[in-house]
Design a binder for this molecule. Structure first.
Ligand SMILES: [Zn+2]
Length: 207
């Protein structure tokens, strides 16, 4: 089976994608991994990523295309981080059609704006690698790591104003894509406010 996983930052996509690929024995195709791989051999992509600029559709599509041509994809895949725009989705459709493949479902883990803000802006990390959340996984002593007693910090990306900007961008970019998959009948809305295991149950039931 071939699936797409979508959801705003804070929706818990990382956890769910691990569960999905394990359960169905399919390959995880994340654009994050693809970019890391491409960076090693492709100077154009490497420069783009280093500059922090948005990578143009054409490059993302080509990268996905190359990945989808590999043999392991035949056993099924979960796309994560791609497509991100309607144009990319249409290119993906063409690509799959020419290979006689198709998408079976698009799981959209829906989390409302304020919940996503709360989940991300509450994250705290320690330089030892431990992570916490002020509401959900609080350290024993406020602001201190349980393991090494160091001062916990909030990543810049997790600061509330930055999170709000990221979510705004996501909303603008992704809403048309959600409508697109709704119109093709592939969209499965998953309530991301439920617990991790309940969310996974809902995904399994819809697959
Ligand atoms: Zn620590």
């Amino acid at each position: 089976m071939n699936y797409i996983l979508m959801g705003p930052p804070g929706a818990g996509k990382g956890t769910q994608s691990k569960k999905i690929v394990e359960k169905f024995g399919i390959v995880h195709l994340s654009t994050g991994d693809m970019f890391r791989e491409a960076k090693k051999s492709d100077e154009v992509i490497s420069k783009l990523l280093a500059s922090g600029q948005l990578v143009p559709d054409e490059i993302v599509v080509n990268m996905a295309k190359k990945r989808l041509e590999k043999d392991d994809v035949k056993k099924g895949f979960l796309l994560d981080g791609f497509p991100r725009t309607v144009n990319q989705a249409q290119e993906l459709d063409k690509m799959l059609k020419s290979e006689n493949m198709k998408i079976d479902a698009v799981f959209f883990i829906d989390v409302c704006f304020e919940e996503a803000v709360k989940r991300i802006s509450g994250r705290r990390v320690c330089s030892c690698g431990a992570s916490y959340h002020v509401d959900f996984i609080p350290p024993k002593v406020e602001g201190k790591c349980d393991g090494c007693n160091c001062e916990l910090i909030q990543r810049n990306d997790d600061k509330e104003n930055v999170v709000r900007d990221r979510l705004d961008v996501y909303e603008k970019q992704t809403r048309p894509l959600i409508d697109y998959y709704k119109s093709t009948g592939l969209l499965v809305n998953i309530d991301g406010l439920k617990s991790e295991s309940e969310v996974f149950e809902d995904i399994k039931n819809a697959s």
